[in-house]
Design a protein around this ligand. Structure first.
Ligand SMILES: NC(=O)c1ccc[n+]([C@@H]2O[C@H](COP(=O)([O-])OP(=O)(O)OC[C@H]3O[C@@H](n4cnc5c(N)ncnc54)[C@H](OP(=O)(O)O)[C@@H]3O)[C@@H](O)[C@H]2O)c1
Length: 270
């Protein structure tokens, strides 16, 4: 496994996303992932699967300290007391005494940023999380938030069809990780002729090329999701080949700028 070092945090560069996995399907997938060697799990209050993720982790036999667990506070819990109470509830569901990384899931324009960031700092002081970060913060908002809390990452949509140059610039300048969500564009990369052509001589699929492209960039972490053991295995099988500079450049120019995730409450993007 490769790691990204981000302001004291050591984050496995490939993690498992769990959005839309619930109940037995979630527990089975997390169990398979841990068995295959995944050591980074990404959940959220909004996914309604923290209890399933926690149960699979507890039953896996993998030492707690060997797994990097991220959860996210829903943006409607951005006020201080709401945030701290919601984190206590997350930990109860996860059956953990702390997570490794706690993110604010989306910015909330109705709550002062300094109140939310102070609450994240309090979560660290109380030992509820080792590190804090944000998600879906465009670059200007990220710069402001960095004045208020020692954020280790911004988790944003990032794949070959959507570039994140502005956020990446801030993350690199500040030694933060940029965590790529929907890294295989929710499955769209598998049929892409360019990605397939790049993968063929390496014996890799379009999905593996997309994931390799991400984790080969400095400071980038990818968290693909799969419900299937063979897909989880394939997504992890990206550490035995390298994309050359020309291949990296080609992938860096596929961006169409179209977002897969753009809900009503999203901020104004870069
Ligand atoms: N912070 C945020 O706001 C935010 C937003 C979105 C996502 N996320 C996080 O990022 C994670 C990943 O993003 P995502 O769930 O949107 O999508 P994704 O990981 O880009 O794609 C998941 C889709 O790809 C398929 N897939 C995965 N591996 C495959 C393989 N090897 N071969 C063929 N198909 C494959 C999965 O189906 P199968 O189950 O059939 O494999 C699923 O339909 C989420 O689970 C979540 O943890 C965060």
């Amino acid at each position: 496994m490769q790691y990204v070092e981000a302001r004291g945090a050591r984050i496995p560069a490939l993690g498992m996303g769990t959005w839309q996995l619930k109940g037995t399907a979630c527990r089975d997938a997390v169990t398979a992932a841990l068995d295959l060697g995944y050591r980074h799990l990404d959940t959220a209050q909004a996914y309604e699967n923290e209890a399933d993720v926690g149960a699979a982790l507890a039953e896996s036999g993998v030492a707690r300290d060997d797994v990097f667990v991220t959860t996210k506070v829903w943006y409607e819990q951005a006020r201080r007391d709401d945030l701290l109470q919601s984190v206590d509830a997350s930990l109860r569901r996860l059956k953990l005494d702390h997570v490794d990384l706690l993110l604010l899931h989306w910015p909330n324009a109705d709550v002062p940023l300094d109140e939310t960031m102070a609450a994240l700092n309090t979560a660290v002081d109380r030992g509820l999380t080792r590190f804090v970060g944000v998600s879906n913060f465009p670059s200007g908002m990220l710069r402001n938030a960095l004045e208020l809390a020692p954020l280790v990452c911004d988790q944003v949509e990032y794949h070959p069809y959507l570039h994140q140059d502005e956020v990446a610039t801030v993350c690199r300048a500040r030694g933060m990780a940029m965590v790529a969500y929907s890294p295989i564009a929710q499955g769209r990369v598998f049929d892409d002729a360019t990605l397939r052509a790049i993968g063929a001589p390496h014996g890799k699929s379009g999905g593996q090329v997309a994931l390799r492209w991400l984790i080969q960039q400095s400071g980038v972490v990818a968290i693909p999701r799969s419900s299937k053991r063979e897909h989880l295995k394939a997504n992890l099988d990206i550490f035995d080949f390298e994309l050359d500079a020309a291949e990296m450049r080609t992938l860096g120019h596929l961006g169409e700028g179209r977002r897969l995730i753009d809900p009503d409450w999203a901020p104004e993007w870069d």
